[in-house]
Design a protein around this ligand. Structure first.
Ligand code: IMP
Length: 455
């Protein structure tokens, strides 16, 4: 690793979470957006949450790409995103109240699906029913092995899963449907004929087509201003050398295909999802930057091999401020999982790694890393292919020397304690991907940028 001297443009870069989300992607996007004309979200919705500290002010975004704080940056929501119109409007208005007019800098794909009130109701009803079933020991809840058989996913209850389910089942509502009320009515009739039955099953009142239609139509004019072909915009921006950043939400291990199914989100955060969710081809991507914390966290249910259940885990929660931006939930914490990171490197085709929140590890006597799992007396260097094996595998934790120094003021590698550098070297060597960014503190400037020398 060497400090960077070249800070040229980003080309077309994908920024993807390499763990279970909450890796600090927003801050990296904010930094890289300075070199990009366009920042595009390609999946997920307001289940995401990015916190950025900018000029002493804290901003939290759920839908709008984090690049919005740069005046020259256009922010786009690609076709792969699911949009809760009220949330988007509130974010646009909230920015305006703080003196930031997003004006012509917001673009929305007409093909993005809308999260409707009945999606939120269904998400909530399913989670509540699953939790109630677990408490009462109802057989359908599969009580027994905590995590594995849990019927509750621990979703953010924002309607994400039901919205993507409708999209895949071809009964979804897209942004462009708002521009044709009669067409929208017929879409809602199709959707609600099924969804109301499901809601009744959970004891929830159904939704009337008229009421949902009125509510949706109230957003039509808002969207009309922003819709455009996001794929074409990316193409044109890149053609004039503008730099495009494709911003992933959640993370690789929450991917609907490559994550720890069923404890995943309903979209494709992986780099491949960036193409499908924004409208460009894979040959156009120049860089794929995977973001990982120097330790690991997870929100909601599901396997987490390196999870710490002791005081060290509590310390990581406290020092790292590990509470969700979207739901306020306490995040589960553990040591960095290099087995999982190697898999993330492969699945995403990572060209670079950004390691964030290194400062949180200051003050620990030892810092753990997991380079292998143990399963049935065998040591595994790769993530198990079968989900069932992942539940049975245990993480082999190696304790490396920690450091006591505060690293948040460091702006070059040689200002980091030797033990911190050794941890970064270990991550780079184990994952086989060069570390090009190191997050050392909350502040926007607290990021070291390194030259991308081969790992
Ligand atoms: P959903 O995306 O709301 O359906 O939730 C599915 C799973 O993904 C749950 O375990 C959530 O906690 C998790 N999840 C969704 N969004 C995020 C995020 O932005 N960060 C971390 N976890 C998330």
């Amino acid at each position: 690793m060497t400090d960077a001297t070249d800070t040229s443009g980003v080309g077309i870069a994908v920024l993807v979470g390499a763990q279970w989300g909450d890796e600090g992607k927003g801050k990296l996007v904010d930094l890289l957006a300075e070199r990009a004309e366009l920042v595009v979200r390609y999946q997920g919705g307001n289940n995401a949450g990015h916190t950025i500290v900018h000029a002493g002010e804290t901003f939290a975004f759920h839908l709008i790409p984090s690049g919005v704080l740069h005046e020259g940056t256009t922010c786009a929501l690609g076709n792969g995103v699911v949009i809760d119109a009220m949330v988007l409007r509130r974010e646009v208005e909230g920015l305006l109240e703080r003196g930031i007019d997003i004006g012509d800098r917001l673009v929305v794909s007409p093909h993005a699906h809308l999260i409707m009130p009945y999606h939120v109701a269904l998400d909530e009803a399913r989670e509540m029913a699953a939790i109630a079933g677990e408490r009462t020991g109802h057989p359908s809840a599969g009580v027994g092995t905590p995590g594995k058989d849990s019927a509750a996913i621990g979703t953010t209850r924002r309607g994400i899963g039901p919205c993507y389910a409708d999209k895949t089942a071809r009964r979804g509502v897209r942004v462009e449907d708002l521009f044709d009320p009669e067409h929208l009515r017929s879409r809602l009739e199709i959707a609600l004929s099924e969804t109301n039955v499901l809601l009744a099953h959970y004891g929830h009142e159904g939704f009337s087509v008229d009421a949902v239609l009125d509510g949706a139509m109230a957003h039509a004019d808002f969207f009309r201003r922003y819709v455009a072909d996001v794929g074409l915009l990316i193409d044109r921006t890149a053609a004039r050398g503008g730099g495009v950043l494709l911003e992933g939400a959640q993370g690789t291990l929450l991917d609907i295909d490559h994550g720890t199914y069923p404890f995943v989100t309903s979209s494709s955060p992986v780099a491949g999802g960036a193409c499908a969710g924004s409208g460009i081809g894979p040959t156009r991507i120049d860089r794929v930057i995977g973001v990982a914390k120097a330790y690991a966290t997870r929100v909601g249910a599901g396997p987490f091999p390196t999870e710490l259940f002791d005081a060290t885990g509590d310390q990581l929660v406290e020092r790292g401020g590990e509470f969700g931006t979207t739901t306020g939930r306490r995040r589960r914490c553990g040591w960095i999982d290099l087995v999982a990171l190697r898999r993330a490197a492969r699945v995403n085709g990572l060209t670079e790694l950004a390691i964030t929140k290194l400062d949180v590890l200051s003050g620990f006597e030892h810092v753990g890393v997991c380079d292998r799992y143990e399963l049935d007396g065998e040591l595994l260097e790769e993530f198990p292919a079968l989900a069932a094996d992942l539940y049975r595998a245990s993480a082999e934790i190696e304790l490396l020397p920690g450091w006591s120094e505060d690293v948040s003021a460091a702006r070059s590698l040689d200002e980091l304690p030797a033990a911190a550098r050794a941890l970064l070297d270990r991550i780079e060597a184990s994952v086989g991907v060069p570390v090009t960014f190191i997050g050392v503190g909350q502040d926007r400037a607290a990021v070291l940028e390194l030259a991308a020398t081969p790992a």
